[in-house]
Design a protein around this ligand. Sequence first.
Ligand code: COA
Length: 178
Amino acid sequence: MNCKTLDKNSQDEVTNLFTSVFTSSEGEKEGKLIGNLVSELSSGIDNQNIICFGTYVEKSIIGSIFFSRLQFKEAIQVYMLAPVAINTEHQGKGVGQALINHGLNELKNRSVAVAITYGDPSFYSKVGFQALSENVIQAPIKLSMPEGWLGQSLTGEPIPTINERPICVKEFNDPAYW
Ligand SMILES: CC(C)(COP(=O)(O)OP(=O)(O)OC[C@H]1O[C@@H](n2cnc3c(N)ncnc32)[C@H](O)[C@@H]1OP(=O)(O)O)[C@@H](O)C(=O)NCCC(=O)NCCS
C-alpha cells in the first residue's frame, strides 16, 4: 500500500472511486453529486490550489483525498480537506486515517498553517480535527451543519482568528455541498 500525489491524469479513476463509494454509503443521488464535484476538482488539480492524494494497492486506487485552498487577503495558508473516500471493501482498516495523516504531513512540509474540514467529528477527531467556531475562521459558504466545521493547527500554535470570509476554489461554489 502506498500514498501518491495525483495529477489531472487520475481524473477518471478518482471520479469512479468517489462515485461508487458515495453511492454505496449515501445512495445514488449523493453518489452523483460527489462524483460531479470530484470530476471538476480533479480536472483542476494543480498541486497548489487543488491537491489530491491516492492510496494504491499494486495498480488499483483504493482511497483518495482532496485538499483545496481557502483564500484570505491575509497572508496565511489554509487548506480544506474534502472530500475523502476509501473503497468500500477497504474501509475500517486504517486506510483513511493513514491517507489523511500523509496529506497533513505534506501540508506541514509546505508550511501550511491550518487544515479545515467539514464532516463527522467522530471520524475526523481521530486525525486531529476539533470543532472550529466561525468566530475564529469563517466558512466560505453558509453551513447547513455548523457542528461539522472542524479545524487543526499544523504549526503547534493555536489556530489564529481571521476576521474575513475566505474564498473557496470555484468547484466548491455550490451551496449543495455545504
Ligand atoms: C469515512 C471514511 C473515509 C473512513 O475511512 P476508513 O479507512 O474506513 O477509516 P479508518 O479505518 O482509517 O478509521 C476507522 C475509524 O473511523 C470510524 N469511522 C469510519 N467511518 C466513519 C464514518 N462514516 N463516520 C464516523 N466514524 C467513522 C470507525 O468507527 C473507526 O473507528 P475505530 O477505529 O474507533 O473503530 C471511509 O469509511 C469512507 O470512505 N466512507 C464513505 C464516504 C465518506 O463518508 N466520506 C467522508 C465524508 S467526505
